[in-house]
Each structure stands twice: as structure tokens, then as C-alpha cells.
Design a protein. Structure first.
Lengths: 113, 115
């Protein structure tokens, strides 16, 4: 079953604008991770936020985590055409010690030049 | 850098054929995973392995089996391919020593078409 659900499913913005994607999950977690997937390729890890953290930055990426609402957001600032990809959140459930991650269905981001 | 490779980028097989998808990682990771990815459904876990010869079923193991004879290699087997197994297959690995982080490293994927 899918724990993470991203919103929106698809997003189209102009180059230079900010892109915000949201993720909701159902159970308690150790951490939440965001991955990126270029069309027809594997996933690449972008950023991880632990359950005791509220915000994290990496370059143009900003991730927030609200464990009380079981939600996270990924903000990409000053977007570029090269940011066009699908973005997935993945949760590491704290009650599961098997090192599995639960992936959502993803947000497809299109950045128009 | 961790490198995860998959034996084929594209594969076309006929219904009923036995299909082997191979995955190799070069960073001595103990955990390896097979996912399938379908539009609108995200990534669904088929099987994972936490050690040589050890395996556990994921969410959708029906119609699949796996083999892990060596630490670096994790094979996904479709015993008798069916058209509903047409999909993108992704392999990943992770290292339990980094369990608090649990980042997974993915291969490029194999797009399998079953005719």
C-alpha cells in the first residue's frame, strides 16, 4: 500500500518561478526522503529530513516536515528547465525495521523555458 | 559513488517466456530491492533482500521470484511472463549501517514489454 501521496500530480510552471510539491503520509516515520526521476530513468536521492527536524535546505531545495499533520513539502526555488522531472517522496516507517521505504505516486513537474 | 547497474534498458519478451532481470551494485550494500513502476501507481515493492540468500516479499510478489547468490547481485525472475507484467522495473540498494538515513540508490531501470 502507498503511504506517501504527493500533491499535485502534475505541475507546470515558467522558468524562474518556484515549484512546491506536497506529500502526505499515514504512519509515524524515522525520516522522509525526496527523490527525483528524469523521464525513463532511475530515481536519484535529493534530500532527507529526519522526524525531529522541521526544515532543511540544500541548494535551491527546501524541505519542510510537519509530523503532527503527517505532511512534507518540497520547494524548488528559481526553477530551471533542467528541473523538469518527476519527484517522489518516500517515508521510512519507524515501526518497520526492514529498511524498506514507502514511495508515493509522484508529482510530474514541467518547467517551461 | 554508488553504482547500480541493470542488465538491460529495454527488453521485449513473449507471453509465457521465462525472464531474468539482473541487478548489480558495487558498494557492498546488504539490502537490495526490486520495484515495478506503472503510471499513476508510483513504485511498488516486489521483493527485497537483506543478505545473501535471504529474501522477503514486498507488496506485489505474485508472478515473480528472486535470487541472491552473491552480495552484489540480485536477480528478478518472471517464471512465465504475462502481458500485465509489462512495466518499468527498478532495482535499488541501501546499506543498513546507514539505517538512520536509509537512502536507496537506484539503477537506470529496465523497461520490459511482454507481447
Amino acid at each position: 500500500s502507498q503511504q506517501g501521496e504527493e500533491d499535485p500530480q502534475a505541475l507546470s510552471i515558467q522558468e524562474g518561478e518556484n515549484a512546491t510539491m506536497n506529500c502526505s503520509y499515514k504512519t509515524s516515520i524515522n525520516n522522509l526522503q525526496w527523490y527525483r526521476q528524469n523521464s525513463g530513468r532511475g530515481l536519484v536521492h535529493l534530500i532527507l529530513i529526519r522526524s525531529n527536524e522541521r526544515e532543511k535546505h540544500s541548494g535551491r531545495l527546501r524541505v519542510t516536515l510537519d509530523t503532527s499533520k503527517k505532511s512534507s513539502s518540497l520547494l524548488i526555488t528559481a526553477s530551471r528547465a533542467a528541473d523538469t522531472a518527476s519527484y517522489f517522496c518516500a517515508t521510512d516507517p519507524s515501526m518497520d525495521s526492514s529498511y524498506k521505504l514507502i514511495f508515493g505516486s509522484g508529482t510530474r513537474l514541467l518547467v517551461r523555458p | 559513488d554508488v553504482k547500480v547497474t541493470q542488465s538491460s534498458r529495454y527488453l521485449v519478451k513473449r507471453t509465457g517466456e521465462k525472464v531474468f532481470l539482473e541487478c548489480v551494485q558495487d558498494m557492498d550494500h546488504e539490502n537490495m530491492f526490486w520495484y515495478r513502476q506503472d503510471p499513476g501507481l508510483g513504485l511498488r515493492l516486489i521483493y527485497f533482500s537483506y543478505d545473501v540468500k535471504m529474501k522477503e516479499k514486498g507488496d506485489i510478489p505474485e508472478g515473480y521470484s528472486v535470487s541472491r547468490e552473491k552480495k552484489e547481485r540480485f536477480s528478478l525472475i518472471l517464471e512465465s511472463a504475462s502481458t500485465n507484467q509489462t512495466s518499468m522495473y527498478l532495482c535499488a540498494s541501501s546499506q543498513p549501517g546507514l539505517a538512520v538515513y536509509n537512502e536507496q540508490f537506484f539503477g537506470p531501470g529496465t523497461r520490459l514489454t511482454v507481447l
